[in-house]
Design a protein around this ligand. Structure first.
Ligand code: SME
Length: 150
């Protein structure tokens, strides 16, 4: 299981004073991905137009470049503003499979200053039912601290 205390402290130190969103996303994708071998793909999708997400910094195999809010787990997180915790991607209607090995997924909305939706954080695992409510809670706290003022 992820040592979220250490991960959060490391991210806090690495991002202190930084406001550039690409630099922040690249740093979090790297540190979160390397923090746990459950995480086989870790990355961001950015809001680039109303109802459209574009890939951002990520770690892992190639990811699809564009996702409308109407599609996929990422679109559901962007559309609803709610964490999507998916124990079985094959059971999620409209799941977009960037890798055939993906079995479970968690996607969190990323909110900036004033609650503006900046994008989503997507983590895929090749393990079924890999993610927990603690992952959702701890990752959301990291995202709020890092991006909440952006
Ligand atoms: N699985 C995501 C698409 C992004 S790839 O996993 C990197 C979705 O269904 O929105």
């Amino acid at each position: 299981m992820t040592d979220y205390h250490a991960l959060h402290a490391r991210i806090r130190a690495l991002t202190e004073g930084e406001t550039d969103i690409v630099a922040l996303m690249a740093t979090l994708a790297c540190e979160i991905h390397q923090s746990d071998d459950r995480f086989d793909w870790t990355g961001f999708y950015r809001v680039v137009a109303p109802d459209l997400l574009k890939i951002g910094p990520y770690q892992g195999g190639h990811g699809c470049l564009s996702i409308p809010f109407s599609r996929g787990v990422c679109g559901a997180a962007a559309r609803t503003g709610q964490v999507q915790l998916v124990p079985d991607v094959d059971a999620f209607p409209g799941h977009i499979a960037c890798a055939s090995s993906t079995r479970s997924e968690i996607v969190l909305p990323v909110f900036g200053n004033g609650g503006r939706l900046l994008g989503v954080l997507d983590i895929d695992s090749d393990r079924p039912d890999a993610f927990t409510d603690e992952d959702a809670t701890r990752l959301a706290a990291i995202l709020k601290e890092v991006f909440g003022h952006v």
